[in-house]
Design a protein. Structure first.
Length: 483
């Protein structure tokens, strides 16, 4: 039994270490902090126990004692536990205390360092914490000491005389006190300062000033935790070296309701455009027992969704097993999923709806067709082929079931600027679980079938993708923001 004290880095998913991702993928239990990257848990096993033990400054708190008890209980039960922390576990992360606790309990542990926010947030703001000829040293300082301590461990006179950069963690609510203490202890009032909020996240915010005015500037800009404060001449380099620009979706929160296994690519694309993404998967794809029939007697194989394409390739095992019939994909997304397995579809309508596939097949003679699809699906395509005299067989490959949603995920999704739906089942299951969002949330549909499911529930999408793919949905969302 081993407990892994792992750092998740400062917020950008790309800054997580390969080791931390490897451990998450095999863990029985993940005890995670609130400030981990969006998507950090996407690789966790479906049966893994994921427990939020995070703390947010000034907000809801999970007592450290409760976290300790969970960690010890799961470790003693012989389960593989990842204690996932924002940043680095040994830099203001209480990782040392937890390691001592584990050692005292006789539980093996491993420390997996992470990129710490005190280096990453300044770097993303264009601020090197050391710079030749400017700063030859850097000190990391907590701006939020234990309030139960009788006296401070910080020597403000020593900090004021420190010949280098000061980086304060968790001090945004005490910014005025920090600045005044440094000035009172001898630091120059006109010394450059920068505050970086949510460093490396898509909605990163940087406010620059001096010790004399930074508290007022940060308050005026609405800066809240989490934030890093950099004091020293290097802070002035922000204006010259700033490189992490806000994308076209910066400042927007977008909720993704598609199945977790398929959500990652869409979520990553939205984050790359600057959005803050809320993953609220309303559905889960479950495979059903299926065997591929002998295709020698079929002259047409229709695949009606990307999920169906992936499942078909899984049961076929070898692309050669699909040789023989012409292959029709319901749209570009399904065609791409087939192509990933080495299968190039012969017929691909641009609009990913059954009606368009029926039109695309209108001039093609069909004697016997196999339709690979979900267990429950619209019968537009099989009915149309049968009306033409074709013999049709249905190959059910998977079913769509509701995914239980946590209260926090539901609340965040309902408060998002945009709520996206990529299937009719996601619409039904999400609304069953959460109800309708407020007037401030714009609804985004991937296409007409999804839109029809919304209308059945009395809702109308504000945005519908012209191309019925995740890429088309993103394009439609960008166009709406542009308007």
């Amino acid at each position: 039994m081993t407990v892994y004290l792992a750092g998740a880095g400062p917020g950008d998913l790309g800054l997580m270490t390969a080791r931390s991702l490897e451990l998450i993928a095999r863990a029985d239990v993940v005890l995670y902090d609130r400030l981990i990257p969006d998507g950090a848990l996407d690789g966790a096993r479906p049966d893994a126990e994921l427990i939020d033990v995070g703390k947010v400054g000034g907000g809801e708190q999970v007592p450290q004692q409760a976290t300790n008890e969970l960690m010890l209980a799961r470790g003693r039960a012989g389960r593989e536990v990842v204690r996932l922390k924002g940043g680095d576990p040994f830099v203001f992360g209480r990782g040392g205390e937890e390691a001592q606790l584990l050692r005292a309990a006789g539980i093996a542990f491993e420390v997996v360092p992470g990129v710490t926010a005190g280096v990453a947030a300044p770097a993303y703001a264009g601020i090197p914490v050391t710079q030749r000829g400017v700063s030859a040293a850097v000190a990391f300082v907590t701006g939020h000491e234990d309030p139960d301590k009788e006296e401070t461990q910080l020597d403000w006179r020593a900090l004021a005389s420190f010949p280098g950069t000061l980086v304060f963690y968790m001090g945004v609510r005490k910014l005025e006190r920090i600045a005044s203490q440094l000035v009172a202890a001898g630091r120059h009032a006109d010394e450059p300062v920068a505050v970086v909020r949510r460093g490396t996240f898509a909605d990163q915010q940087t406010v620059a000033g001096t010790l004399s005015d930074i508290a007022a500037r940060a308050a005026a800009a609405g800066v809240r935790a989490p934030a890093i404060t950099i004091v020293g001449p290097v802070a002035a380099l922000h204006g010259e070296l700033s490189w992490f620009g806000a994308g076209p979706l910066a400042g927007r929160t977008v909720a993704v309701t598609r199945a977790r296994a398929q959500a990652s690519a869409l979520a990553a694309r939205l984050r790359a455009l600057g959005a803050r993404v809320v993953e609220a998967p309303a559905i889960r794809i479950e495979p059903v027992d299926a065997r591929l029939p002998d295709l020698a007697g079929f002259d047409l194989l229709c695949v009606t969704s990307p999920n169906g394409a992936r499942r078909l390739l899984e049961i076929a095992r070898d692309a050669r097993a699909l040789a023989g019939p012409a292959i029709a994909a319901i749209g570009p997304g399904t065609a791409d999923a087939l192509l990933a397995g080495g299968i190039a579809a012969d017929i691909v309508p641009q609009r990913a709806v059954a009606e368009s596939l029926v039109e695309a097949l209108a001039e093609r003679p069909v004697r016997r067709a196999l339709i690979a699809r979900a267990e429950q699906a619209r019968d537009v395509l099989p009915d149309a082929l049968r009306d033409r005299g074709a013999e049709v067989e249905i190959l059910a490959l998977y079913r769509t079931v509701p995914e239980p949603l946590e209260g926090a995920a539901l609340s965040a999704a309902l408060e998002a600027d945009y709520l996206t739906f990529t299937s009719a089942s996601a619409v039904r299951f999400f609304l069953d679980a959460a109800g309708a969002p407020g007037d401030g949330t714009r609804l985004v549909s991937i296409g007409p079938i999804t839109t029809a499911a919304m209308r059945e529930r009395g809702l109308a999408p504000h945005v519908e993708a012209a191309e019925h793919t995740p890429e088309g949905l993103v394009a439609a969302l960008l166009a709406d923001v542009g308007r």
